[in-house]
Design a protein around this ligand. Structure first.
Ligand code: SF4
Length: 231
């Protein structure tokens, strides 16, 4: 231990306080459903039971950025709305090309965000604060841990549905829940890679979006983490 580290150790020892030295990284929309896809917010603000569970267990909550808000045109994700009800219009025949460009752009923004989050994890670890987990969102094309969305199939549903016939039910049941598939979201995949590059690991938990949409309560801490990012 060098002189600077020894001085830091003495200072921290003298100023020891109540902090628990454990944080959980939480997907943005669990604390702020205003960033959810349109039709997918079931609460006015936070998913309180998840927050309560983490607070009761003594974790600090680190809110992750919402990747889709930052890559897809703000809180309303306006870029993704372009193809809604587009069947029969000029954009529809170009949807394959548009999706490829959209995914290229998404990967670029998500990679930058993933690098920043990996740096945040490294900072916590250097500061003797354990990053005890990350809570992703099931069925999300961005934040899914074990389940994600077949984006092409989902876009086909919203493109083919006339705007006048589009309802929350169509959106949630047909464009989201029916288009779920096993796998991870794009942001989680890139975060996994950035953590591995730095030799960091974080247990990954998944909030059950299906249960939330059906009005059921779901505990994120009751089962062991299904996977570990960075391993
Ligand atoms: S799942 Fe991820 S990308 Fe989607 S709204 Fe929540 S934080 Fe944003």
């Amino acid at each position: 231990m060098d002189a600077r580290q020894e001085r830091e150790r003495v200072l921290l020892d003298r100023l020891r306080d109540e902090r628990g030295h454990r944080v959980v990284l939480v997907s943005h929309c669990l604390l702020n459903e205003n960033t959810r896809y349109t039709g997918g917010a079931t609460r006015r603000g936070a998913v309180a039971e998840v927050v309560d569970e983490l607070v009761s267990a003594g974790y600090g909550i680190h809110q992750l950025p919402c990747p889709e808000r930052l890559a897809w045109g703000g809180a309303l994700k306006r870029h993704s709305l372009l193809l809604f009800g587009s069947k029969g219009g000029v954009l529809y025949p170009m949807r394959g090309v548009l999706l490829r460009v959209f995914l290229w752009w998404t990967r670029l923004i998500y990679w930058r965000l993933a690098r920043q989050v990996a740096r945040d994890v490294a900072d916590y670890e250097r500061s003797s604060i354990a990053v005890s987990g990350i809570v992703g969102i099931g069925a999300s094309p961005s934040c899914g841990i074990t389940t994600t969305l077949d984006l092409r199939a989902s876009l086909d549903v919203v493109a083919a549905c006339p705007v006048a016939a589009l309802t929350r039910d169509v959106m949630n049941e047909q464009a989201v829940l029916s288009c779920r598939r096993e796998g991870e979201g794009l942001f989680i995949r890139l975060l996994d890679r950035e953590l591995r590059r730095r030799g960091l690991t974080v247990p990954a938990l998944e909030h059950d979006l299906t249960a939330e949409l059906r009005g059921e309560r779901h505990s994120v801490l009751s089962a062991p983490p299904p996977r570990t990012l960075g391993s």
